[in-house]
Design a protein around this ligand. Structure first.
Ligand SMILES: NC(=O)c1ccc[n+]([C@@H]2O[C@H](COP(=O)([O-])OP(=O)(O)OC[C@H]3O[C@@H](n4cnc5c(N)ncnc54)[C@H](OP(=O)(O)O)[C@@H]3O)[C@@H](O)[C@H]2O)c1
Length: 284
């Protein structure tokens, strides 16, 4: 199976390519320098030339706060880029997997969102990701849309790396404690995505590590497992204003994964432990 992966230079795409290579697939990973997905002609030409059996579309404009003031670029990448790729996939009859986000939901209530809940994004990034979902659904009769959340991978920046960096100079940190979600390790996610793409169990899925926590609880567990003494003060969203509004409830139900026969991801604590070990080995 030949798989084209966008976002190869980011967190998730990098691990998807690595997992695919481990399984013996022909993986073609691209960053924006290899293929700028906002360039319609390039997308068609490139996809036709590579002629993959499947496209796993991990590329996105992911700067959630910056997007509020950089709307055009965010739209071009997340909406138009997805449209061009989905159209190209249709043309060559390749399977198409679009990676989406918990930020398509408004985060109201406390119940986990299910795949059939209606999205209602509260920020511009989430809005563009929802538009992209709708485009994929309108262009293709068969597709995978996989909503993920709070991603951490070795390749790129994420919350864990930020916490570890801040802990080098501070012994006390204020971290938001009223946004609840599921941290998700890109290594675990990549296994699931490659399991999925080999099936014809199309549809919308939620896929994250198991369990829920707040950012403050996530930070506490990072320092606990890394054996770093830092006091984490849990603060409210209102006490930590950001440019973009974020959903408070990012809980997503993964029951559909089980119903469809896919293996659920391990707990976020288990994943975090493995990730920290990998970081330590990387530093050594
Ligand atoms: N990070 C999270 O917490 C999170 C949460 C929920 C959902 N998601 C979704 O998960 C997916 C993967 O996220 P991630 O954290 O792995 O992303 P990331 O690390 O921020 O990487 C983004 C990737 O998109 C590529 N990209 C950006 N603009 C592009 C363009 N014009 N043409 C081609 N490629 C372009 C980047 O390429 P270059 O670096 O080469 O420019 C990079 O490879 C995205 O769809 C994101 O929306 C992420």
């Amino acid at each position: 199976m030949k798989i084209l992966v966008t976002g190869y230079t980011g967190q998730l795409g990098f691990d998807v390519v690595r997992e695919g290579l481990d399984r013996g697939f022909a993986m073609v990973g691209v960053g924006s320098k290899d293929l700028n997905i906002t360039d319609e002609c390039s997308v068609y030409q490139y996809v036709k030339e590579i002629n993959p059996d499947a496209i796993i579309h991990c590329a996105a404009y992911t700067a959630v706060d910056k997007a509020e003031d950089d709307k055009e670029n965010c739209w071009n990448v997340n909406v138009d880029g997805t449209r061009y790729l989905a159209n190209a996939a249709k043309e060559i009859k390749a399977k198409f997997m679009h990676i989406s986000t918990d930020y398509v939901f408004d985060g109201l209530g406390e119940a986990p969102f299910v795949e059939t809940d209606k999205p209602n994004p509260v920020g511009y990034y989430g809005r563009t990701k929802y538009e992209a979902e709708k485009i994929v659904q309108s262009l293709l009769s068969e597709y995978f849309i996989v909503r993920i959340s709070w991603v951490f991978g070795l390749n790129g920046n994420n919350f864990i790396k930020t916490m570890l960096r801040l802990a080098e100079t501070r012994d006390e940190l204020n971290v938001v404690g009223d946004q609840i979600g599921s941290p998700t390790n890109t290594v675990d996610l990549s296994r699931l995505l490659l399991d999925m793409i080999q099936t014809d169990k199309y549809g919308i899925y939620h896929a994250t590590n198991e369990g829920f926590c707040s950012w403050a609880e996530f930070a506490q567990e990072i320092f606990h497992l890394a054996e770093i003494t830092v006091t984490v003060n849990s603060i409210t969203t209102e006490e930590y204003p950001t440019r973009a509004v974020r959903p408070k409830n990012s809980r997503m139900s993964k029951q559909k994964l089980i119903d469809k026969g896919f293996c659920p991801l391990p707990s976020w604590q288990d994943s975090l432990g493995r990730y920290l070990n990998a970081i330590i080995h990387e530093v050594k």
